[in-house]
Design a protein around this ligand. Structure first.
Ligand code: PLP
Length: 385
């Protein structure tokens, strides 16, 4: 049954973002679409479909359960890669089904070798090296032991990739740290080459690295946020600004996602009355209030009480009173006329106005990642042209 709101996902916006990112990384590198975090809130199954229609054949997930969903949704020829979590039990499924997986510690590597031996099937691995992010990755001091294990088990391992991840390529403040990481990565790369361990592909870049540090673009790039139409940060955008004049609004990236609902009910409130729970909002004039059936249980934060905005009739209306579990009240006093059932936009465009994901939260791009992935799974996602 139809819910109280729904999320639209635009196919054409995705194609535009992909085209732009392709122009940035060049024709050669594999472009892996990162679909962790339920595809940044868009829905893994939706995004696999949209991405494959646009020509993508490589997907990166964080965990095995995400990989499983992508595997069920994708074409046979598409490759899936797990960058983070898989339990030992899941590793069996991973190897059985030819899923690529990051290796960042000996325990997992040994387990993978065991499973591969038993199955008579090579494990497709990407060695993740520690270059300074200090989350996951084999340490430099571990290189000899690692290289010995790899060389001894080439019958069971397919060395798909050598990779690392940057610690904040979206901020110029991390410039020195990122550069040290690039250097360290090349030390690892050279070391393994000297050891006669050639990996099929070398990859390090996320969206921000691909946009701001072209030297990080190698055989593959792992692109998340930019394909969903967001700049990794304001800095990344400004760093590119002079190259963006040709694009409408100086911005080649278009958000895929819109969040929509409708007016549930309308009420007239006399001046001096309080609206909603408690006393946080007193009507300063006779007011018309529209109830919208979206609340904090749908991801519309209580912090947006007396603050949040929605669009009705192409006009920005402000939340009055507290955000409740299932609904908000917005001030519709200045509209000439408003009716039950009228479309409401919570994120997205209506006529000439637009509410961005950032304006829905705070005014910083940095929170896009978090806001997107916090949109509840059970709000219906609809793919639109
Ligand atoms: C999330 C992630 C990416 C993609 O990052 P974006 O900033 O969304 O492009 C790439 N690589 C790894 C290892 C990641 O975890």
């Amino acid at each position: 049954m139809q819910g109280t709101s729904y999320i639209e996902i635009s196919r054409s916006a995705y194609r535009k973002n992909l085209k732009f990112m392709r122009s940035q990384v060049g024709e050669k590198p594999i472009l892996s679409a990162v679909i962790k975090g339920n595809a940044y809130g868009h829905g893994i199954e939706n995004m696999v479909k949209i991405a494959e229609e646009a020509g993508i054949r490589h997907f990166s997930t964080y965990s095995a359960d995400e990989a499983y969903r992508a595997y069920k949704a994708c074409k046979k020829e598409s490759q899936i890669m797990i960058m983070g979590m898989a339990t030992d039990e899941q590793l069996d499924w991973v190897i059985e089904n030819g899923i690529d997986i990051f290796m960042f510690e000996s325990d997992r590597l040994e387990k993978a070798i065991d499973i591969a031996k038993n199955k008579g099937k090579k494990a497709r691995i990407h060695i993740e090296v520690e270059t300074g992010f200090n989350r996951t990755g084999f340490d430099w001091d571990h290189r000899e032991a690692l290289s010995a294990i790899l060389r001894a088990n080439l019958d069971y391992l397919s060395l798909e990739g050598l990779c690392t991840h940057y610690a904040g390529a979206e901020s110029i403040g991390n410039y020195v740290r990122v550069h040290r990481q690039i250097e360290k990565y090349h030390q690892f790369k050279n070391y393994f080459s000297e050891q006669g361990l050639p990996f099929s592909i070398y990859h390090t870049a996320c969206s921000a690295a691909a946009l701001s540090y072209p030297e990080t673009i190698m055989d593959m790039v792992r692109i998340g946020i930019a394909l969903y139409g967001f700049w990794p940060s304001q800095e990344t955008y400004l760093g590119k600004y002079k190259d963006l004049k040709a694009y409408p609004g100086n911005n080649p990236l278009q958000r895929l996602l819109s969040w929509k609902s409708q007016v549930m009910s309308i009420k007239h409130v006399k001046r001096g009355e309080f609206i909603g729970y408690g006393t946080s909002f007193m009507a300063p004039r006779d007011m018309t209030i529209a109830l919208v059936p979206v609340g904090y249980c749908h991801g519309f934060s209580r912090k947006l009480s007396n603050l949040g905005k929605v669009l009705v009739q192409g006009k920005i209306l402000t939340v009055v009173g507290t955000v409740t579990m299932n609904s908000i009240a917005v001030d519709a006093t200045d509209l000439k006329h408003i009716e039950r059932g009228e479309p409401v936009v919570i994120i997205g465009k209506q006529k000439k106005q637009e509410l961005t994901v950032a304006s829905f939260g705070e005014s910083s791009n940095q929170v896009n990642y978090e806001l997107l992935t916090r949109l509840p799974l059970d709000i219906e996602r609809r793919i639109v042209p």
